[in-house]
Design a binder for this molecule. Structure first.
Ligand code: AMP
Length: 636
């Protein structure tokens, strides 16, 4: 069967299609129904089936490959390297699970994980999965305000954190940010479990904070049986940005997610038990959840957990890891490749990467020159894939486990089985033709593995995702796309106020809110501007309460730095605008809406578009002046 037929089967008869995929995982109790779509757009998969993610990723491999590597931890930041076999990982996860149980975590309780890329993060995720607790991992690059918002929404019983992470050789303390976040949050977690890496001293709150090392010792022989969960119970929530300032808790099930990942490992990534998978993302993002932690281990592969950058100790480190561990499947982000592109290309061939069957790239658009550069340099197949936190696995790509559909530079590929992808007109909701731009939408039901709802907010789930295209109850990805005559899709950027900086998804509204918290700011607008390295960067335009505060260049610089530091402190350095420009008025429509798209167009040197509704055309001149390079100085 080719990909088209495979896809057709999944859409025409999802029940038989997914029943077959479900055989890829272990079920403690079989499901009685494959799909319950009686209350669209909500879809429930594998009704009454009982399973467990931890069992499928770890326990079930113990019989056949207990001593095979499961988790390979490499930190080029601290010089640590540790490999855990499936049996050892099983032991560590049980110890972590026992600790969680003693700290009062029960089935359905939330555990917030705020950790760098260390094995304990993986133990903690699996421990939650094992006992039926819901994990919510927060990216280590987020700061106290982001963390507080997530603590208040998830209401965790326990937070698992560490003294510090390290990036580019610089220690990044976590604990002060966590303490500040808990102080800011209305919800107070009962317990904090601290992994002390010995990187940074930290304060302990008596009665609340517990040391991981000591508790691990008391649970040497811990045996914590798997809690069998109904397929539709919640495995985790993961927060992601949207149009509004408040991040959404993307909520995922157990059975559907396990099946979706197992199927993707077989059909898309083509990974086999005993092989090694290397995904250089972070556990704080969905790619890390699906393809550092759960997917490879469900498939019986070893997974590499890498703490470090792509350029330290040198720009060959990723390929060195491929060589050392005979990696067969690799997953990274276009930004990482663009960073490498600035380095000596000789690094690409210094190591033996012949074990690599394919390098998958996702998270942001993969521009053609970057794709060609890495494909030529490495001499291995490059496979772009397009998806979102919400979907959990690829919407568009090629599936070389099914057929050998060739990849096409600039395109992430074709709709994957399970995804009834449609390109729709933004205003009319009508399907657009080939080579016409439309919103990338997916007809309900979303396949297994996708979000069930927004955590504690079904209404927001329906309103946000299924009500944005007129007259159609279809899921909107909020991406523009186009399909060519051969069925290849191309992604053309977001339809909403989400920007993508180095593969990190950020809401411009969150950054605006953060800037506005500074006393000097009256109002502001943040837009995403094309950048050759990071894909996009955030650029801020700020109206001050007192414009004279930046009369002098030195004052301007100081305030710009202060505003950037405000964003660093509240959201994290990932969200810091690359520039803060001061203007006295923002371009708005007569009804008061900020013309963000026009600002963005000017920043990118494009035409600002239809300006018939603009209140004050001079406002755009200020933006233009702010972003245009100063005139060259006269020669003499
Ligand atoms: P996230 O939820 O953080 O994974 O971000 C998802 C968004 O990243 C998508 O909605 C797209 O805008 C963008 N994205 C992810 N993968 C790709 C890709 N392969 N090509 C183009 N854009 C992508």
């Amino acid at each position: 069967m080719d990909l088209t037929a495979f896809h057709r089967w999944s859409i025409d008869d999802p029940e038989s299609f997914w029943a077959e995929q479900a055989a890829l995982i272990d079920w403690h109790q079989p499901f009685t129904r494959v799909l319950d779509h009686r209350h669209p757009p909500f879809a429930r998969w594998f009704i009454d089936g009982q399973t467990n993610l931890c069992h499928n990723a770890i326990d079930r491999h113990l019989a056949t490959q207990p001593d095979q590597p499961a988790l390979i931890f490499v930190s080029t930041e601290t010089g640590e390297e540790r490999t855990y076999s499936f049996a050892q990982l099983h032991r560590e996860v049980q110890r972590m699970a026992a600790i969680m149980l003693t700290l009062g975590v029960g089935r359905g309780d939330r555990v917030l994980i705020y950790l760098p890329m260390i094995p304990e993060a993986v133990f903690a995720m699996f421990a939650c999965a094992r006992i039926g607790a819901i994990h919510s991992v927060v990216f280590g690059g987020f700061a106290s305000h982001s963390l507080a918002t997530r603590i208040d929404d998830a209401e965790p019983v326990l937070v698992v954190s560490a003294d510090a992470g390290s990036r580019g050789g610089k220690v990044v303390p976590y604990k002060p940010l966590l303490d500040e976040a808990i102080a800011l949050a209305a919800h107070k977690p009962a317990a904090v479990l601290m992994v002390d890496r010995g990187l940074a001293a930290f304060d302990r709150v008596a009665g609340r904070d517990h040391g991981y090392a000591a508790l691990r010792e008391t649970h040497r022989e811990a045996q914590v049986p798997v809690t069998w969960l109904e397929s539709n119970e919640i495995s985790y929530t993961l927060y992601t940005s949207g149009t509004t300032g408040k991040p959404k808790g993307v909520q995922r099930d157990v059975g559907g997610y396990a099946v979706a990942l197992a199927a993707s490992m077989k059909h898309i990534f083509c990974g086999k038990p005993g092989e090694t998978y290397f995904c250089s993302s972070d556990i704080g993002w969905v790619v890390g959840h699906s393809y550092i932690v759960y997917g490879p281990l469900i498939a019986g592969m070893a997974t590499i957990l890498y703490e470090g950058t792509p350029v330290r100790p040198d720009a060959g480190i990723l390929w060195k890891l491929v060589e050392q561990h005979r990696v067969s499947v690799m997953f990274s982000a276009p930004t990482a490749i663009r960073v490498l592109k600035k380095q000596d290309p000789a690094y690409l061939t210094r190591h033996d990467t012949s074990s690599l069957r394919a390098l998958f790239l996702a998270g942001e658009p993969l521009d053609e020159p970057t794709a060609r550069w890495i494909a030529d340099g490495l001499g291995r197949p490059i496979i772009d894939n397009y998806w979102q936190t919400e979907t959990g696995w690829p919407i568009l790509t090629v599936a070389h486990g099914i057929d050998k559909t060739p990849t096409r530079f600039g395109s992430p590929g074709m709709p994957m089985y399970g995804f009834d992808v449609q390109l729709l007109h933004e205003q009319t909701g009508e399907a657009v033709g080939n080579n016409e731009k439309g919103v990338v939408a997916i007809a309900a039901p979303l396949p297994p593995g996708c979000l069930q709802t927004v955590w504690r907010d079904d209404e927001r789930f329906v309103k946000t995702y299924f009500s944005s295209i007129p007259g159609r109850q279809v899921y909107s990805t909020f991406d523009w796309g186009i399909r060519d005559d051969d069925g290849y899709y191309f992604i053309l950027g977001r339809t909403d106020d989400v920007i993508n900086v180095a593969g990190h998804r950020l809401g411009t509204r969150e950054i605006e809110e953060s800037l506005s918290s500074h006393a000097a700011v009256a109002e502001c607008a943040v837009v995403g501007v094309a950048d050759s390295l990071k894909g996009q960067v955030a650029m801020a335009f700020v109206v001050l309460r007192d414009a004279s505060a930046v009369d002098l260049p030195a004052e301007r610089l100081r305030l710009e730095g202060e505003l950037m530091a405000t964003v660093d402190r509240r959201l994290g350095a990932v969200a810091r605008p690359s520039r803060v420009h001061f203007v006295t008025v923002l371009p708005k429509t007569r009804s008061g809406k900020v013309l963000r798209r026009s600002i963005q167009a000017l920043c990118e040197g494009r035409d600002p578009g239809d300006l018939t509704t603009i209140e004050d055309p001079a406002a755009l001149d200020q933006v233009r002046a702010a972003v245009s390079p100063p005139p060259a100085a006269p020669r003499s």
